[in-house]
Design a protein around this ligand. Structure first.
Ligand code: ZN
Length: 270
């Protein structure tokens, strides 16, 4: 499932590929994946729009349009945003396709069909439920200490809550907790200030390194050109139960926390 580094990689890639292009036509194969405000026709609204920018908020990719509207895309489990320069066969499982005037196009493909592309009106506050961006300057150690204090929830569950911090999913929560030597089941409120500082540093470090490696392809994830990321080769714990911890050698374990697989080291993460 694409998390912050993967969506950031897709957004940066798309920015170089589709900004300045104008939408000539829109094909919708699966209605439920294209969402528009009441009274607005998704296809008609997009026709003639110019792509102005591509950004990211949390795990959402945001395509900014000339009219001030935006296309907010959630990739969920298996969604892909793939750019094609020519009118060859659309990417497999393409359910929404933006054809540009120059013959190139953007395919929104999704084998499991959980992804959504939502048309947002200018100024519509769609991100009100999303928490702080972990790579923003506003996310300071002090702020993080305040966010965690008094919270009666396992720290890993807290990290996955998009209303608190936006963009972190299972892979990077596991990796950052290992990096910071924190047991995933520790209650958020029980963390010492030095531990929270270590976790703050680890989160930012692991997200930045993953962006540098163009994301983690442990499943379906590919970038806007259809290429896999490289961070799956750098993972310390995620998906590696039974293998030795690279720090201490003890075999890593997998437990289930809030229905999610959680990989960690019983010796390093006390
Ligand atoms: Zn260890």
């Amino acid at each position: 499932m694409p998390e912050l580094p993967e969506v950031e990689t897709i957004a940066r890639g798309l920015r170089g590929l589709i900004v300045g292009r104008r939408v000539a036509n829109v094909h919708i194969g699966l209605r439920k994946m294209a969402i528009a405000p009441p009274g607005v026709n998704f296809r008609r609204a997009l026709r003639g729009e110019e792509i102005c920018d591509v950004g990211r908020r949390g795990k959402y990719a945001i395509i900014e349009l000339g009219s001030g509207r935006a296309l907010v895309t959630s990739l969920r489990m298996t969604g892909r945003l793939i750019f094609q320069r020519t009118q060859r066969r659309p990417h497999p499982y393409t359910h929404i396709r933006l054809d540009f005037e120059d013959g190139s196009r953007l395919c929104f493909a999704d084998s499991r069909q959980f992804g959504r592309m939502r048309l947002i009106e200018r100024g519509e506050p769609w991100a009100a439920d999303l928490g702080i961006e972990p790579l923003s300057l506003a996310f300071t150690p002090q702020r993080f200490i305040g966010m965690l204090s008094g919270r009666r929830v396992p720290v890993k569950v807290f990290l996955l809550d998009q209303r608190r911090i936006a963009g972190i999913g299972n892979i990077y929560a596991c990796e950052a907790l290992w990096e910071a030597r924190i047991r995933p089941t520790t209650q958020a409120k029980a963390l010492t200030k030095p531990a929270v500082r270590r976790l703050h540093t680890a989160l930012i470090d692991v997200l930045n390194r993953a962006i540098e490696m163009r994301g983690t392809s442990v499943d379906d994830y590919v970038d806007a050109d259809g290429l896999r990321g490289g961070f799956q080769n750098e993972l310390s714990v995620y998906g590696r139960h039974g293998e030795g911890c690279v720090r201490c050698g003890r075999p890593l374990v997998r437990t289930v926390l809030a229905q999610r697989g959680t990989w960690w080291c019983k010796r390093c993460q006390r």
